[in-house]
Design a protein around this ligand. Structure first.
Ligand code: HPA
Ligand code: ZN
Length: 341
């Protein structure tokens, strides 16, 4: 069996993707027309051509602007349902989705509209395809901590249907410590906590996320490689990294996928996982990310299996589900063993 088919059938979890970053060009144009929202592009090709970025901020400008096409609960339902359908096709058994409510409420979209659309699609996907998912609300780090705390309070009606909280957006100049009280409050309320760190920011931001914010997972985490003591700590504690190689390539965090630290960190014993981040903007869903790494970093089947196993180790799921998911990986490996090589 070739590697493409092997990856396609490999059971996996996706733990780092932003719902707002999964609006495919055709849906984007349909939503803009449906809602009478003026956009700069008329065709899917024009949109795709616009997806060239100099850095994270350059991307975020377009990404926040693109959110304007999401207006009704039906829009939030459609984008979430479409992503989960594609994830299911990539044999994602479980997905943890990032949502940035502030990007919508700041435009006057009611929080209930956003939440009911997204949560409704997650339930529909589970009922129709059997894919499970969890929702992580992300505070935008260029905004104040008070605004983050206000978002947390506003989400109270949905606490029972939320997995946790995260931190995203412009990293440099907005260190994790700016959100120490926000994260403390999230933890007190019993939520899982994660943070984007070390994407454009330094290793010190990765350390601060672990030590001050006490995150259970690091999103990206690339820069930890610059601090060998930190790498050793993350390996010993198995603090997961949700890495996104094609995102890093598109936002010029790395010059080539071959230069990506994923394999070095995997070999150092870290719980590295592979994810798509913003799949429609970065030109690839989760399996495309696995395959890009396989090709550029020379990953073997054992590495691919380890990455998939790590995704379930790192997922916020009950232990019985974790065991069943790992058994599904074992079954796939056994099933493909005779046809491998
Ligand atoms: N980094 C930070 N914030 C984000 C990203 C990212 O890659 N994608 C969407 N929000
Ligand atoms: Zn991200």
């Amino acid at each position: 069996m070739n590697v493409r088919d092997f990856v396609a059938g490999l059971p996996k979890a996706e733990l780092h993707m932003h719902i707002e970053g999964s609006i495919e060009p055709d849906l984007f144009i349909r939503l803009a027309r449906r809602n009478g929202v003026a956009i700069r592009w008329q065709t899917e090709d024009e949109l795709r051509a616009a997806y060239q970025f100099d850095d994270l901020q350059d991307f975020l400008d377009l990404y926040y602007d693109g959110c304007r096409v999401l207006v009704t609960a039906g829009d939030f339902f459609d984008v979430t349902r479409d992503y989960l359908r594609r994830a299911h096709a990539d044999r994602v058994l479980h997905a943890e989705l990032f949502l940035g409510p502030q990007g919508h409420t700041s435009r006057g979209v009611p929080l209930a509209t956003v939440m009911e659309g997204v949560l409704g699609a997650m339930e529909a996907a589970r009922a129709e395809d059997g894919i499970t998912s969890g929702l992580i609300a992300v505070a935008q780090r260029h905004r104040s901590e008070e605004e983050g705390l206000a978002m947390l309070a506003d989400l109270e009606p949905w606490y029972g249907r939320l997995l946790g909280f995260g931190l995203g957006g412009a990293e440099v100049g907005n260190p994790p410590g700016k959100f120490a009280a926000f994260f403390a409050r999230c933890r007190e309320l019993g939520f899982k906590v994660v943070a984007h760190a070390g994407e454009e920011g330094p290793a010190a931001y990765v350390r601060e996320s672990v030590e001050v914010l006490q995150v259970q997972r690091l999103d990206h985490g690339n820069a930890c490689i610059d601090d060998p003591a930190l790498v050793a700590e993350l390996a010993a504690r198995r603090v997961p990294l949700t890495m996104c190689p094609l995102s890093n390539l598109k936002l010029r965090v790395v010059d080539t996928v071959a230069a990506h630290p994923l394999k070095r960190l995997l070999d150092a014993g870290l719980c590295v996982t592979v994810n798509s981040d913003d799949p429609s903007y970065f030109g690839g869903y989760v399996n495309d990310n696995y395959l890009a790494c396989e090709e550029a970093l020379g990953l073997g089947r054992d590495d691919l299996v380890q990455l998939a196993r790590n995704s379930f180790e790192a997922a916020f799921i009950p232990d019985a589900q974790r065991r069943a998911s790992l058994a599904a990986i074992d079954a796939w490996v056994a099933q493909t063993a005779t046809t491998t090589r």
